[in-house]
Design a protein around this ligand. Structure first.
Ligand code: PAF
Length: 285
């Protein structure tokens, strides 16, 4: 695996792949790689002859009060894991490469970035869309891979790619979970032992709502209340939101009468870690 840090080197490598007629699969990450990231590499390996992963903790998607400075950066470990999983290239640009002085061009994807996560993190998706577009322009992959774990991010990026005619196919890979149902996330390292013990309640609440959906419940309030009651009974988190949203627009809906997502975000009391999860409730089936 080659590790490169500059846009120029990345472009040279890309030109080599293109000359050889090879399809490139791209996995953008912020490092602190876990098995969820590596499942994206496995998916890319099956479909592409070359796999490029970026590791870049993007400052523009963090608000000043968020965890940018303490975001885990185990670079050597990431490098070893990326190589072992089958990456051909690790692209780890510096801030100076990505955001030179007087940088001022941002991508705004509109309404979908203002809902749910966008209410709690107002400039977050502007930073995500900007860096993802820059990375796609630098790497120029045929396919780019994202996890369903960050469902709203997937919708934002899909809309950006469609509306700005970005020549890349997006591939969405199912969320990977630990055996107790907890979503794999780089931020799980922040959880205290007690918080980690309670964390399975997040997916259990969603599972209960999904069972009710499968038994015929379609009212969004009823489904959200099932989740809320489960979380309140545990007393382990502060609920930030529980919502049923249209899978395309992320507008909240009153009834599951189309493809939707049931999405939750909770904050833990000791470390203040945010735990996000979602399940698909496809009312159109
Ligand atoms: O999902 C992430 O890790 C980040 O938001 C991404 C897509 C790598 C952009 O920085």
């Amino acid at each position: 695996m080659e590790t490169i840090h500059t846009i120029q080197e990345m472009r040279q490598l890309r030109a080599r792949f293109r000359a050889a007629g090879r399809a490139v699969g791209f996995i953008p990450t912020m490092g602190a790689l876990h098995d969820g990231h590596l499942s994206l590499v496995t998916a890319a390996r099956q479909e592409c002859s070359h796999v490029v992963m970026s590791v870049y903790v993007n400052p523009t998607q963090f608000a000043p009060n968020e965890d940018f400075s303490r975001y885990p950066r185990p670079f050597e470990l990431d490098r070893a894991r990326a190589e072992e999983a089958g990456c051909d290239v690790l692209f780890a640009p510096t801030d100076a490469e990505m955001y030179p002085a007087r940088f001022a061009s941002y991508v705004n994807v509109g309404d979908v970035t203002e809902r749910l996560e966008g209410v709690l993190r107002p400039d977050h998706y502007r930073g995500v869309a900007t860096v993802v577009l820059k990375l796609i322009n630098i790497v120029q992959p045929e396919k780019a891979y994202f996890g369903q774990k960050d469902a709203q991010q997937v919708v934002v990026i899909r809309k950006m790619v469609d509306e700005l005619n970005v020549p890349v196919a997006l591939e969405v890979v199912p969320t990977l979970r630990h055996c107790d149902g907890v979503v794999m996330s780089s931020r799980n390292v922040f959880l205290t032992a007690r918080e980690r013990e309670h964390a399975p309640v997040i997916s259990q609440g969603l599972q209960r709502a999904r069972d009710a959906f499968q038994a015929g419940a379609r009212d969004a309030t009823v489904l959200c209340d099932i989740v809320r009651e489960c979380y309140e009974r545990s007393g382990a988190f502060k609920v930030e939101y529980i919502a049923v949203a249209d899978a395309q627009t992320f507008e909240e809906v009153a009834a599951v009468d189309r493809p939707t997502l049931l999405l939750v975000s909770c904050k833990t009391p000791e470390s203040g870690t945010r735990l996000l999860d979602n399940v698909v409730l496809d009312g159109a089936r």
